[in-house]
Design a protein around this ligand. Structure first.
Ligand code: SF4
Length: 360
């Protein structure tokens, strides 16, 4: 593999720090916030004009990703994780709330050039590689296109050299051979690496990786998780890693954010949250992670209900219907995130009371 090099920085923007921004999560290296979301909310109108209702896809989410940091955003399907990625990628406009990148609000991005610059600094890698790789063209096509679009200063030869470099970086060797192939000639893992190569070609600072390994075999997953760790450690790229798999999050992430029904239930340094999960929902997710030490034939109970579709929600904890610890307050008062340890926050009335929470 080619040695990873840090992306040349376009330099600090010098913009104002976001007012009232949430504390930057500490992975242990004192990293500064690269991207922040505050009060991020996305609602969709559903139904017809006679009976219009509101689907709450994301509700009042505060999130921060530091430099050289992998933040895992975890939760069941429909919890709002992918909607957050699309909001951060500017595919969706937020209903309300703010996103700051390097201290500057995205709402201040007006020109096509600035939008292009942001999409190069914060590219997205999709769950299905075919979402970003055109099956009609050789795999070199997407990378060449990204280079032409985002780095028009490069000569034809420089583009070719850069393309070979990014293919080599993501472990697609020999790069000169791989770039000649069509997507259907590659394995699922190789196609996903092409997705990362396309993202790297734009010299990103933060990659939004939306379940990039969930469609791959376990043996191939490890290789891609290692690639993400290398991109962080050697190239200084931050990653928002969206997943429903806590085991892979633990393998690669610095911080963990647990989503439930459009809201954040718990967040903190990954080892702290996994060692001391406070929210009953986090405990439920952990109980579903297979334990290789468990006797054969003993499996965790996982079938304890479904996450709700959040349509015109009433106040109260959204997990109350599945929570064995639910009390009267939980029926009417929505819990908000509050610290329970250094950098560790939880939105649960019982956990915040200081009681030992063991729901599952
Ligand atoms: Fe359970 Fe109440 Fe905590 Fe919600 S706030 S997770 S219902 S104890």
């Amino acid at each position: 593999m080619t040695e990873l090099t840090a992306s040349p920085s376009p330099g600090p923007d010098g913009g104002p720090t976001a007012p009232g921004a949430p504390a930057v999560p500490e992975p242990g290296s004192g990293s500064a916030a690269l991207l922040r979301a505050e009060g991020l909310t996305k609602h969709f109108k559903i139904g017809n004009t006679l009976s219009q209702r509101t689907l709450h896809a994301v509700d009042d989410v505060d999130l921060a990703v530091g430099e050289r940091q992998i933040v895992a955003l975890a939760g069941e399907s429909g919890s709002g994780k992918s909607t957050i990625a699309r909001l951060l990628a500017q595919i969706y406009r937020p209903t309300s709330g703010h996103i700051y990148f390097e201290g500057k609000p995205l709402s201040s991005i007006r020109s096509r050039a600035d939008r292009l610059r942001y999409s190069g600094l914060v590219p997205m890698v999709f769950q299905d590689p075919f979402a970003s790789i055109n099956p009609v063209f050789r795999v070199s096509h997407g990378v060449q296109r990204s280079l032409k679009l985002h780095r028009p200063d490069l000569s034809k030869q420089q583009r070719q050299d850069e393309m070979l470099r990014v293919f080599d970086v993501v472990g697609l060797a020999p790069a000169a051979d791989v770039i000649q192939r069509y997507p259907h000639e590659l394995s699922g893992g190789q196609r996903q690496r092409v997705g990362f190569a396309q993202a790297l070609a734009t010299r990103p600072k933060l990659i939004l990786a939306d379940e990039p390994v969930s469609m791959l075999d376990v043996s191939i997953r490890i290789g891609l998780l290692n690639l993400m760790a290398e991109l962080r450690d050697a190239a200084g790229v931050s990653i928002l890693y969206i997943t429903h798999d806590l085991a892979s999050a633990r393998y690669v992430a610095d911080r963990l954010v647990i989503m439930y029904a459009a809201q954040i239930a718990e967040s903190g340094p990954i080892e702290e949250v996994l060692a001391h999960p406070k929210h009953p929902y986090t405990q439920l997710l952990l109980s579903a992670v297979p334990d290789p030490r468990a006797p054969l034939g003993v499996s965790a109970e996982t079938d304890r209900g479904e996450p709700p579709k959040v349509i015109d929600p009433t106040p109260g904890c959204r997990f109350r219907g599945r929570c064995p610890l639910a009390m009267e307050t939980c029926q009417t008062v929505t819990p908000v995130l509050n610290p329970v340890a250094a950098g560790h926050e939880v939105a649960c009335h019982v956990a915040q009371s200081g009681a030992e929470v063991e729901a599952f």
